[in-house]
Design a protein around this ligand. Sequence first.
Ligand code: GDP
Length: 342
Amino acid sequence: MFEGLKKKFSDFVDGLSKKEKNEGEQAEASAPEEKREESRKGPDVTLTTKIKGAFLGKVKVSEKDAEPFLEQLRVALLETDVNYDVAERLVTKLHDNLVGKEVGTQNIQKELRNEIRNSLMQTLTKNSGIDILQRAREKKQKGEGPFKVLFLGPNGAGKTTTIAKMAHMLKSNGISCVISASDTFRAAAIEQAVIHAKRLGVDVIKGVYGADPASIAFDAVAYAKAHGLDAVLIDSAGRQETNKSLIEELKKMVRVNKPDLCIFIGEGIAGNSLLEQVKQFDQAAKLDGVILTKLDVDAKGGNTLSILSDTTVPVLYFGMGEKYTDLVPYNPQFVVDNIVPG
Ligand code: GDP
Protein backbone atom coordinates (compact mmCIF):
# COMPACT_ATOMS: atom_id res chain seq x y z
CA MET A 1 0.00 0.00 0.00
CA PHE A 2 2.89 2.40 0.68
CA GLU A 3 4.95 1.31 -2.27
CA GLY A 4 3.89 4.40 -4.25
CA LEU A 5 4.96 6.72 -1.47
CA LYS A 6 8.21 4.88 -0.87
CA LYS A 7 8.92 5.11 -4.58
CA LYS A 8 8.25 8.87 -4.44
CA PHE A 9 10.73 9.28 -1.61
CA SER A 10 13.37 7.24 -3.42
CA ASP A 11 12.72 9.37 -6.50
CA PHE A 12 13.23 12.41 -4.34
CA VAL A 13 16.44 10.93 -3.06
CA ASP A 14 17.56 10.17 -6.60
CA GLY A 15 16.56 13.69 -7.65
CA LEU A 16 18.76 15.17 -4.96
CA SER A 17 21.67 13.06 -6.03
CA LYS A 18 21.19 14.33 -9.57
CA LYS A 19 20.99 17.94 -8.36
CA GLU A 20 24.29 17.54 -6.61
CA LYS A 21 25.75 15.71 -9.59
CA ASN A 22 27.04 18.81 -11.44
CA GLU A 23 28.81 20.12 -8.41
CA GLY A 24 30.30 16.77 -7.61
CA GLU A 25 30.88 15.59 -11.16
CA GLN A 26 34.65 15.88 -11.07
CA ALA A 27 34.94 14.11 -7.74
CA GLU A 28 32.48 11.40 -8.81
CA ALA A 29 34.42 10.68 -11.97
CA SER A 30 37.44 9.61 -10.00
CA ALA A 31 35.52 8.12 -7.04
CA PRO A 32 35.58 4.38 -6.46
CA GLU A 33 32.49 2.33 -7.32
CA GLU A 34 31.13 2.19 -3.73
CA LYS A 35 31.19 6.01 -3.52
CA ARG A 36 28.97 6.23 -6.59
CA GLU A 37 26.69 3.63 -5.06
CA GLU A 38 26.34 5.74 -1.88
CA SER A 39 25.42 8.87 -3.81
CA ARG A 40 22.67 6.98 -5.58
CA LYS A 41 21.26 5.72 -2.29
CA GLY A 42 20.32 9.00 -0.63
CA PRO A 43 20.30 12.80 -0.51
CA ASP A 44 23.77 14.20 -0.57
CA VAL A 45 25.58 17.17 0.87
CA THR A 46 27.61 19.72 -1.05
CA LEU A 47 31.09 19.03 -2.32
CA THR A 48 32.55 21.67 0.04
CA THR A 49 30.97 19.91 3.01
CA LYS A 50 32.30 16.58 1.78
CA ILE A 51 35.84 17.88 1.44
CA LYS A 52 35.74 19.47 4.91
CA GLY A 53 34.30 16.26 6.28
CA ALA A 54 37.09 14.20 4.77
CA PHE A 55 39.57 16.12 6.94
CA LEU A 56 37.52 16.71 10.08
CA GLY A 57 35.39 13.58 10.57
CA LYS A 58 32.50 15.89 11.44
CA VAL A 59 30.86 18.64 9.39
CA LYS A 60 28.40 21.44 9.95
CA VAL A 61 25.32 21.20 7.76
CA SER A 62 25.27 24.25 5.50
CA GLU A 63 22.25 26.13 4.19
CA LYS A 64 23.03 24.63 0.78
CA ASP A 65 23.15 21.08 2.21
CA ALA A 66 19.83 21.45 3.98
CA GLU A 67 17.87 23.15 1.19
CA PRO A 68 17.27 20.15 -1.12
CA PHE A 69 16.27 17.97 1.86
CA LEU A 70 13.84 20.59 3.09
CA GLU A 71 12.36 21.27 -0.33
CA GLN A 72 11.65 17.61 -0.84
CA LEU A 73 10.29 17.23 2.68
CA ARG A 74 7.89 20.09 1.91
CA VAL A 75 6.64 18.15 -1.13
CA ALA A 76 6.34 14.89 0.86
CA LEU A 77 4.32 16.66 3.59
CA LEU A 78 1.89 18.21 1.13
CA GLU A 79 1.51 14.91 -0.71
CA THR A 80 0.56 13.18 2.52
CA ASP A 81 -2.26 15.68 3.23
CA VAL A 82 -0.48 17.90 5.73
CA ASN A 83 -2.06 21.36 5.89
CA TYR A 84 -0.03 23.94 3.89
CA ASP A 85 0.65 26.34 6.79
CA VAL A 86 1.56 23.47 9.10
CA ALA A 87 3.95 22.04 6.48
CA GLU A 88 5.65 25.43 6.12
CA ARG A 89 6.09 25.75 9.86
CA LEU A 90 7.51 22.23 10.18
CA VAL A 91 9.99 22.87 7.37
CA THR A 92 11.09 26.16 8.95
CA LYS A 93 11.59 24.47 12.33
CA LEU A 94 13.65 21.76 10.71
CA HIS A 95 15.68 24.30 8.79
CA ASP A 96 16.57 25.98 12.09
CA ASN A 97 17.47 22.63 13.67
CA LEU A 98 19.51 21.36 10.75
CA VAL A 99 21.55 24.32 9.52
CA GLY A 100 24.73 24.59 11.55
CA LYS A 101 24.23 21.20 13.17
CA GLU A 102 27.38 19.08 13.44
CA VAL A 103 27.02 15.62 11.99
CA GLY A 104 29.44 12.74 11.57
CA THR A 105 30.74 12.29 8.05
CA GLN A 106 30.30 8.51 8.10
CA ASN A 107 26.64 8.60 7.23
CA ILE A 108 25.49 12.15 6.73
CA GLN A 109 22.41 11.17 4.73
CA LYS A 110 21.19 8.89 7.47
CA GLU A 111 21.82 11.47 10.18
CA LEU A 112 19.84 14.13 8.35
CA ARG A 113 17.04 11.74 7.60
CA ASN A 114 16.89 10.69 11.27
CA GLU A 115 16.84 14.32 12.33
CA ILE A 116 13.77 14.85 10.16
CA ARG A 117 12.06 11.67 11.38
CA ASN A 118 12.70 12.58 15.04
CA SER A 119 11.29 16.03 14.55
CA LEU A 120 8.10 14.65 12.95
CA MET A 121 7.79 12.10 15.77
CA GLN A 122 8.00 14.89 18.35
CA THR A 123 5.01 16.65 16.83
CA LEU A 124 3.10 13.40 16.40
CA THR A 125 3.44 12.50 20.09
CA LYS A 126 2.78 16.01 21.41
CA ASN A 127 -0.80 15.54 22.71
CA SER A 128 -1.10 12.65 25.13
CA GLY A 129 -4.00 10.37 24.36
CA ILE A 130 -6.59 8.79 26.62
CA ASP A 131 -7.22 5.10 27.15
CA ILE A 132 -10.95 4.73 26.48
CA LEU A 133 -11.08 1.19 27.81
CA GLN A 134 -9.33 2.18 31.02
CA ARG A 135 -11.67 5.15 31.51
CA ALA A 136 -14.72 2.91 31.01
CA ARG A 137 -13.34 0.37 33.50
CA GLU A 138 -12.64 3.04 36.11
CA LYS A 139 -16.18 4.36 35.90
CA LYS A 140 -17.55 0.84 36.14
CA GLN A 141 -15.42 0.05 39.21
CA LYS A 142 -16.52 3.22 40.97
CA GLY A 143 -20.14 2.33 40.22
CA GLU A 144 -20.58 5.73 38.57
CA GLY A 145 -21.71 4.44 35.18
CA PRO A 146 -22.73 4.43 32.53
CA PHE A 147 -19.69 5.72 30.69
CA LYS A 148 -21.00 8.00 27.91
CA VAL A 149 -19.20 8.66 24.65
CA LEU A 150 -20.56 11.04 22.02
CA PHE A 151 -19.32 10.58 18.44
CA LEU A 152 -19.48 13.56 16.15
CA GLY A 153 -18.14 14.81 12.84
CA PRO A 154 -19.06 15.35 9.20
CA ASN A 155 -21.46 13.18 7.25
CA GLY A 156 -20.10 9.90 5.88
CA ALA A 157 -16.84 10.08 7.86
CA GLY A 158 -17.56 6.74 9.50
CA LYS A 159 -19.25 7.58 12.83
CA THR A 160 -21.76 4.72 12.86
CA THR A 161 -19.17 2.19 11.67
CA THR A 162 -16.67 3.39 14.29
CA ILE A 163 -19.32 3.12 17.03
CA ALA A 164 -19.88 -0.50 15.99
CA LYS A 165 -16.11 -1.12 16.12
CA MET A 166 -15.94 0.54 19.54
CA ALA A 167 -18.90 -1.55 20.80
CA HIS A 168 -17.06 -4.65 19.63
CA MET A 169 -13.85 -3.57 21.39
CA LEU A 170 -15.67 -2.76 24.66
CA LYS A 171 -17.70 -5.94 24.61
CA SER A 172 -14.59 -8.07 23.91
CA ASN A 173 -13.04 -6.48 27.00
CA GLY A 174 -15.94 -7.12 29.33
CA ILE A 175 -17.60 -3.68 29.07
CA SER A 176 -21.28 -4.00 28.19
CA CYS A 177 -22.85 -1.19 26.17
CA VAL A 178 -25.91 0.19 24.42
CA ILE A 179 -25.85 2.15 21.17
CA SER A 180 -27.89 5.34 21.01
CA ALA A 181 -29.03 5.69 17.38
CA SER A 182 -29.21 9.49 17.63
CA ASP A 183 -28.48 10.24 13.98
CA THR A 184 -32.17 10.95 13.39
CA PHE A 185 -31.39 13.08 10.38
CA ARG A 186 -31.12 10.02 8.13
CA ALA A 187 -33.54 7.10 8.45
CA ALA A 188 -30.85 4.86 6.92
CA ALA A 189 -28.44 5.78 9.71
CA ILE A 190 -30.90 4.54 12.36
CA GLU A 191 -31.34 1.32 10.39
CA GLN A 192 -27.56 0.93 10.04
CA ALA A 193 -27.05 1.31 13.81
CA VAL A 194 -29.76 -1.29 14.44
CA ILE A 195 -28.12 -3.77 12.02
CA HIS A 196 -24.68 -3.33 13.64
CA ALA A 197 -26.17 -3.72 17.14
CA LYS A 198 -27.93 -6.92 16.13
CA ARG A 199 -24.78 -8.39 14.59
CA LEU A 200 -22.73 -7.46 17.64
CA GLY A 201 -25.32 -8.65 20.13
CA VAL A 202 -25.61 -5.28 21.87
CA ASP A 203 -28.73 -3.23 22.64
CA VAL A 204 -29.76 -0.17 20.66
CA ILE A 205 -32.11 2.68 21.52
CA LYS A 206 -33.67 4.47 18.57
CA GLY A 207 -36.29 7.09 17.87
CA VAL A 208 -38.25 7.91 14.78
CA TYR A 209 -36.72 9.78 11.86
CA GLY A 210 -36.46 13.47 12.78
CA ALA A 211 -36.79 12.90 16.55
CA ASP A 212 -34.75 14.98 19.01
CA PRO A 213 -31.32 13.29 19.15
CA ALA A 214 -30.61 14.61 22.68
CA SER A 215 -33.73 12.93 24.06
CA ILE A 216 -32.85 9.58 22.41
CA ALA A 217 -29.42 9.70 24.03
CA PHE A 218 -31.13 10.58 27.32
CA ASP A 219 -33.35 7.49 26.95
CA ALA A 220 -30.30 5.35 26.14
CA VAL A 221 -28.56 6.52 29.33
CA ALA A 222 -31.71 5.72 31.35
CA TYR A 223 -31.86 2.29 29.67
CA ALA A 224 -28.21 1.60 30.54
CA LYS A 225 -28.82 2.57 34.18
CA ALA A 226 -31.96 0.41 34.39
CA HIS A 227 -30.18 -2.60 32.86
CA GLY A 228 -26.80 -2.16 34.57
CA LEU A 229 -24.94 -1.58 31.30
CA ASP A 230 -21.46 -0.07 31.51
CA ALA A 231 -21.35 2.26 28.50
CA VAL A 232 -23.52 4.28 26.11
CA LEU A 233 -22.18 4.98 22.63
CA ILE A 234 -24.05 7.96 21.19
CA ASP A 235 -24.24 8.46 17.44
CA SER A 236 -25.05 11.91 16.02
CA ALA A 237 -26.07 13.30 12.66
CA GLY A 238 -23.20 14.22 10.36
CA ARG A 239 -22.80 17.96 10.05
CA GLN A 240 -20.47 20.49 8.56
CA GLU A 241 -18.72 22.74 11.01
CA THR A 242 -20.25 25.68 9.13
CA ASN A 243 -23.87 24.63 9.75
CA LYS A 244 -24.85 26.84 12.69
CA SER A 245 -28.17 25.21 13.61
CA LEU A 246 -26.74 21.67 13.58
CA ILE A 247 -23.80 22.83 15.67
CA GLU A 248 -26.30 24.33 18.17
CA GLU A 249 -28.12 20.99 18.23
CA LEU A 250 -24.79 19.32 19.02
CA LYS A 251 -24.17 21.71 21.90
CA LYS A 252 -27.60 20.80 23.25
CA MET A 253 -26.71 17.08 23.12
CA VAL A 254 -23.60 17.82 25.16
CA ARG A 255 -25.52 19.98 27.67
CA VAL A 256 -28.30 17.44 28.17
CA ASN A 257 -26.28 14.22 28.20
CA LYS A 258 -22.95 15.39 29.66
CA PRO A 259 -20.82 12.78 27.83
CA ASP A 260 -17.60 11.62 29.49
CA LEU A 261 -15.89 11.89 26.12
CA CYS A 262 -16.59 13.71 22.86
CA ILE A 263 -14.82 11.98 20.01
CA PHE A 264 -14.46 13.50 16.56
CA ILE A 265 -14.59 11.07 13.65
CA GLY A 266 -12.86 12.35 10.53
CA GLU A 267 -11.67 10.83 7.31
CA GLY A 268 -7.97 10.12 7.13
CA ILE A 269 -8.27 10.89 3.45
CA ALA A 270 -9.66 14.40 4.07
CA GLY A 271 -7.17 17.05 3.06
CA ASN A 272 -6.86 20.59 4.36
CA SER A 273 -10.50 20.77 5.51
CA LEU A 274 -9.92 18.29 8.34
CA LEU A 275 -7.90 20.65 10.53
CA GLU A 276 -10.57 23.36 10.29
CA GLN A 277 -13.28 20.81 11.14
CA VAL A 278 -11.42 19.63 14.24
CA LYS A 279 -10.93 23.23 15.41
CA GLN A 280 -14.59 24.16 14.91
CA PHE A 281 -15.97 20.99 16.53
CA ASP A 282 -13.52 21.46 19.41
CA GLN A 283 -14.92 24.94 19.95
CA ALA A 284 -18.50 23.63 19.92
CA ALA A 285 -18.05 20.50 22.02
CA LYS A 286 -14.56 20.42 23.60
CA LEU A 287 -13.14 17.33 21.92
CA ASP A 288 -11.34 14.65 23.93
CA GLY A 289 -9.93 12.87 20.94
CA VAL A 290 -9.97 12.18 17.23
CA ILE A 291 -10.41 8.90 15.40
CA LEU A 292 -9.36 8.97 11.77
CA THR A 293 -11.08 6.51 9.47
CA LYS A 294 -10.33 5.00 6.06
CA LEU A 295 -6.58 4.89 6.60
CA ASP A 296 -6.74 1.70 4.54
CA VAL A 297 -7.83 3.73 1.49
CA ASP A 298 -4.55 5.18 0.29
CA ALA A 299 -4.32 7.59 3.22
CA LYS A 300 -0.92 8.35 4.68
CA GLY A 301 -2.08 9.89 7.94
CA GLY A 302 -0.24 13.15 7.28
CA ASN A 303 -3.25 15.10 8.49
CA THR A 304 -2.55 13.83 12.02
CA LEU A 305 0.49 16.10 11.86
CA SER A 306 -1.79 19.07 11.16
CA ILE A 307 -4.14 18.20 14.04
CA LEU A 308 -1.38 17.54 16.53
CA SER A 309 0.67 20.57 15.63
CA ASP A 310 -2.25 23.04 15.69
CA THR A 311 -4.61 21.76 18.43
CA THR A 312 -4.38 20.16 21.85
CA VAL A 313 -6.65 17.27 20.79
CA PRO A 314 -5.02 13.81 20.75
CA VAL A 315 -5.49 11.25 17.98
CA LEU A 316 -6.71 8.00 19.55
CA TYR A 317 -7.38 5.39 16.88
CA PHE A 318 -7.16 4.72 13.18
CA GLY A 319 -9.99 3.05 11.27
CA MET A 320 -8.24 0.66 8.90
CA GLY A 321 -11.17 -1.03 7.15
CA GLU A 322 -14.83 -1.95 7.46
CA LYS A 323 -14.54 -4.96 9.75
CA TYR A 324 -15.32 -4.62 13.46
CA THR A 325 -11.73 -5.49 14.29
CA ASP A 326 -10.34 -2.74 12.03
CA LEU A 327 -9.98 -0.15 14.79
CA VAL A 328 -6.31 0.10 15.71
CA PRO A 329 -4.59 2.34 18.28
CA TYR A 330 -3.05 5.51 16.83
CA ASN A 331 0.42 4.75 15.55
CA PRO A 332 2.73 7.75 14.99
CA GLN A 333 5.47 5.53 13.56
CA PHE A 334 3.12 4.57 10.71
CA VAL A 335 2.78 8.27 9.82
CA VAL A 336 6.50 9.03 10.03
CA ASP A 337 7.33 6.01 7.83
CA ASN A 338 4.81 7.23 5.27
CA ILE A 339 6.31 10.72 5.07
CA VAL A 340 10.02 9.88 5.37
CA PRO A 341 10.67 6.14 5.07
CA GLY A 342 13.48 5.07 7.41
P1 GDP B 1 -21.33 8.23 9.14
O1 GDP B 1 -22.24 8.92 8.19
O2 GDP B 1 -20.29 9.15 9.68
O3 GDP B 1 -22.03 7.47 10.22
O4 GDP B 1 -20.49 7.16 8.28
P2 GDP B 1 -20.71 5.58 8.15
O5 GDP B 1 -20.34 4.87 9.39
O6 GDP B 1 -22.08 5.34 7.60
O7 GDP B 1 -19.60 5.23 7.07
C1 GDP B 1 -19.64 5.74 5.75
C2 GDP B 1 -18.95 4.73 4.83
O8 GDP B 1 -17.58 4.64 5.17
C3 GDP B 1 -19.52 3.32 4.98
O9 GDP B 1 -19.58 2.75 3.69
C4 GDP B 1 -18.49 2.59 5.83
O10 GDP B 1 -18.45 1.20 5.59
C5 GDP B 1 -17.22 3.28 5.38
N1 GDP B 1 -16.15 3.25 6.39
C6 GDP B 1 -16.19 3.63 7.68
N2 GDP B 1 -14.99 3.47 8.28
C7 GDP B 1 -14.15 2.94 7.34
C8 GDP B 1 -12.76 2.55 7.33
O11 GDP B 1 -11.99 2.66 8.31
N3 GDP B 1 -12.26 2.07 6.15
C9 GDP B 1 -13.06 1.96 5.03
N4 GDP B 1 -12.49 1.49 3.93
N5 GDP B 1 -14.35 2.32 5.01
C10 GDP B 1 -14.90 2.81 6.14
